[in-house]
Design a protein around this ligand. Sequence first.
Ligand SMILES: [Zn+2]
Length: 237
Amino acid sequence: MFIFYSPLFWILALPGLVLGLFAQSRVKGAFNKYSKVRTHRNVTGAEVARTLLDAQGLYDVSIERTQGNLSDHYDPRSKVLRLSPAVHDQPSVAAAGVAAHEMGHALQDAGGYAALNLRSALVPAANLGSSLAPMIFMVGLFMDVLIKGTGLGYYISLLGVGLFGLAVLFTLITLPVEFDASKRAKKLLVSNGILFEDEMQGVNKVLDAAALTYVAAAVAAIGQLLYYVAILGGRRD
Ligand SMILES: [Zn+2]
């Protein structure tokens, strides 16, 4: 692909790429480290989530064990908290932090948190944007070269940029959703007496590193969008 030879591409893509790799290694490092630290109360991630959900009156939210590594998530459609084995089964500080974070999403859902609703509504458009938009953009560029003068290729590329903008919007609206879930988690872990203050450093390290991966995704998406805009700007007659 010709884009990989473009210095502009690398200037715009590199910050997100580097930050992403850095954040990924931070998450893995922090999770591995605090997976080995047992909580004083010796409760598993599943027990932490159940206790916090019940304390908030969210009895209808169920907890399932799912496969994979760091695959933990909350599914708002089926009201299920899915926790990976290392979180679900383990009485570690890392497991407590991740379980409480996912519980934070369930709490957002129950409270009608606006950013979460907007994020959920954007999922189909964002998926379409991130998968199809680069292709539509390229097709527009080629058409611009093949059939000059009609301007049709330009508008097809513009459509691609617009679609990709929805994917960027999704990565941006994800930020307050993730930050808020972690904020709720940290607060409730202490106020419900699940973790003690001296255990919160580990929770902070794990959740803050996870938050950084979302920042990296947003930076990468913005970089890609700017690259498309720059190319399109250069093409316009
Ligand atoms: Zn989250």
